[in-house]
Design a protein around this ligand. Sequence first.
Ligand SMILES: [Fe+2]
Length: 248
Amino acid sequence: MIDIHSHFLPDVDDGAANLTEAVAMVRMAVANGTKRIITTPHFNVNSPGTKAGLDFRRDVYQRFREAVTSEKLLVDVYFGCELYAASNTDFLLEHGIYATLAGSRYLLVEFDFSSRPEYIRDVLASVAARGLIPVLAHPERYIRIQADQRPIYDWVLSGCVIQVNNGSLVGEFGRDSFLCANSLMRHGLVHVVASDAHSARERTPDLSRVYSFIAENYSREMADMLLSINPGLIIDDKHIKKAAPRPY
Ligand SMILES: [Fe+2]
């Protein structure tokens, strides 16, 4: 499996507390079948994103990468970020202050959980206008999307990639995100499932449970598509596979 959304890097956000925990998280991921990981530290959340902030994350990533190599863990790691959409998003996009997923055209973007769909639509459009492919992080956790999933259909038709969290699909984030995630699945509106891992104890990088969940409740082909094939195509900067979605 391939994980495109994770918080393994220590000292940069609310993910791994230190390098020891980061390595423990990688060990857990590998033991449960993950072969490639993109680290996506939060960016632009509590203070405005800067080039220095991005460089710092990249430096931490290099130390993380060296630790993974010296521990001889059988996994490929990559760098990216989870860009939090705010009033300065256009500035960051214009000045190239962001990190795409593994250097591809795909950019992981997250929003405040109470964001209005019109705002999300406009930010996704401005990402696409820069020649990037927006990957919307965990929309099933956004309150207004939980209430009405119809905007997702329009965003998918306009080229947006939808990433749903492991924990949402299996019910770890409560009933609303569980129902929303599985509704999006039934409508063919999910392209990638990722861990959004934050630690080795809760919100872990173990993707084996959600693989089984998708294989049992949808199909094994779907589990492979969302946890392996499409994430791999993103790393390779190729077009992902999209089934024709069903409108609401
Ligand atoms: Fe995240």
